[in-house]
Design a binder for this molecule. Structure first.
Ligand code: PMT
Length: 408
């Protein structure tokens, strides 16, 4: 699982997974692990066809309980004769992945002739479905009609991917990435308190070119901003990220604008800001850019290093620019990366950049700041609240910062 998806605040939530007969069935095991890392409890129901690909024991070994298979026989970990109704009473969400064409058809028409289809019919909570099948089976009019019907029935549908499939064909029909199914399930479990809000998040470093191969930058991984973006997405926001060069991937529901330099980041953020309800700028923007040497590579010579100096020009302050034109309906969160005088710097930046909240991190501390999965922040807001939070995973910091912004 990608680190900015690794939210752990779902303790006590119950996920019921339905797994059908598909070569992709083994990927359901990764999904079980991801849910467990997020502290969810997992139960599963396997169709008979699924058990031809993967055994119930594999799910049991990972801690899924109960693991249902048969309608009229005892199932592992279950203790009721009403197994076909049990997930409907206990689970918070049901996710069917991979879903075969056959199971999709049963669910679309309300058949109830095996444990999975019975349990799905009796389950009134949110249901997600992620199909996997041969591209010709996926494109068949009957499957497409069933897919539409599942949408009308309220299923949260996760489109299959395109590419090579096991039988050698190419086309649409591969199971969506496990991370995508995971994140959509967490979204179904999350409070939708940012629904209807448009949120802008800047993240990552900027790179300021000097010659054809060299640039001025910093070690930001983009993780802190990635966590802010995904947390807002899970809570229902319409999120756009403006990202410097990072390795991060985002759910398809998050719009991405990729930039390299501070000037490009400035232009992208200024364009987007008037339409936004909230902004959170976590990017480590270069305050200065080197005056370019040119488009050629600077060549090493025996004398060039001696006394070599590079001149710098000032970049625009993106956060300050957004703060200056902030409307009363808009909210703005900034970050501050400091090595000393954390509180004083946070107070100064909160005021001078017209922010609602600022999170200041001491980047000289272990487990804080650049490139690590945790952060320790001093949080200050425009209402005068000041809190020093303990060191937490960045996912947790992000979740709490949105909570903080939503406080009265
Ligand atoms: O990406 P990670 O590896 O997860 O690391 C996270 C982080 C350390 C980058 C993050 O937690 C953080 O501190 N981000 C802010 C980094 C920074 O540039 O801090 P600053 O104190 O220099 O800037 C203050 C604020 O102004 C920041 O919100 C920054 O995005 C913004 N800024 C700064 C300069 C500039 N020209 N334009 C800006 O918008």
């Amino acid at each position: 699982m990608q680190s900015h998806y690794s939210f752990s605040g779902f303790m006590g939530k119950r996920v019921h997974m339905g797994v059908t007969g598909s070569i992709a069935a083994y990927k359901a095991l990764d999904l079980v692990r991801s849910f467990q890392e997020s502290e969810c409890m997992v139960s599963t129901v396997l169709t008979e066809a699924c058990t031809k690909f993967i055994q119930p024991l594999s799910f049991e070994a990972l801690g899924a309980s109960p693991v249902y298979t048969k309608m009229f026989e005892a199932n592992s970990g279950s203790d009721t004769t009403f197994d076909h109704l049990e997930p409907g009473q206990l689970a918070d969400v049901m996710v069917i992945a991979p879903a075969s064409a056959n199971t999709m058809a049963k669910l679309a028409f309300g058949l109830a002739d095996d444990m999975l289809s019975c349990q799905a019919l009796a389950f009134s909570g949110p249901k997600l479905i992620a199909p996997a099948m041969n591209p010709r089976m996926w494109a068949a009019p009957a499957t497409q009609r069933n897919w539409d019907m599942l949408g009308e029935l309220g299923y949260i549908r996760i489109q299959p991917d395109s590419g090579h499939v096991a039988c050698g064909d190419t086309g649409t029909g591969r199971l969506a990435p496990v991370d995508a199914i995971f994140i959509e399930t967490l979204k179904a479990l999350s409070p939708q308190d940012l629904a209807g809000k448009k949120v802008l998040v800047s993240l990552g470093p900027t790179r300021e070119p000097w010659d054809a191969v060299r640039f001025w930058s910093n070690p930001s991984s983009g993780l802190m901003g990635g966590c802010m973006a995904v947390a807002a997405y899970l809570r229902g926001a319409d999120v756009t990220v403006v990202t410097g060069p990072t390795e991060l991937e985002f759910p398809v529901g998050i719009a991405r604008v990729s930039v390299t330099t501070a000037q490009q980041m400035y232009e992208a953020c200024m364009d987007l800001w008037p339409e936004m309800d909230m902004g959170c700028l976590t990017a480590a923007v270069a305050d200065y850019r080197p005056v370019p040497y040119g488009t050629d590579k600077f060549k090493k010579t025996s004398t060039a290093g001696a006394g070599l100096s590079i001149e710098f020009e000032t970049n625009k302050d993106i956060l300050k620019s957004l703060g200056t034109c902030k409307k009363s309906s808009q909210k703005l969160i900034g970050f501050a990366a400091e090595t000393r005088h954390l509180r004083e710097q946070a107070e100064r930046k909160l005021e001078s950049k017209n922010l609602d909240v600022i999170a200041a991190n001491d980047i000289s501390k272990d487990g804080s700041g650049f490139g690590v999965p945790t952060n320790q922040v001093f949080v200050l807001d425009a209402k005068g609240r000041k809190e020093l939070w303990s060191q937490l995973p960045k996912t947790e910091v992000a979740w709490r910062l949105w909570d903080h912004l939503l406080l009265d």
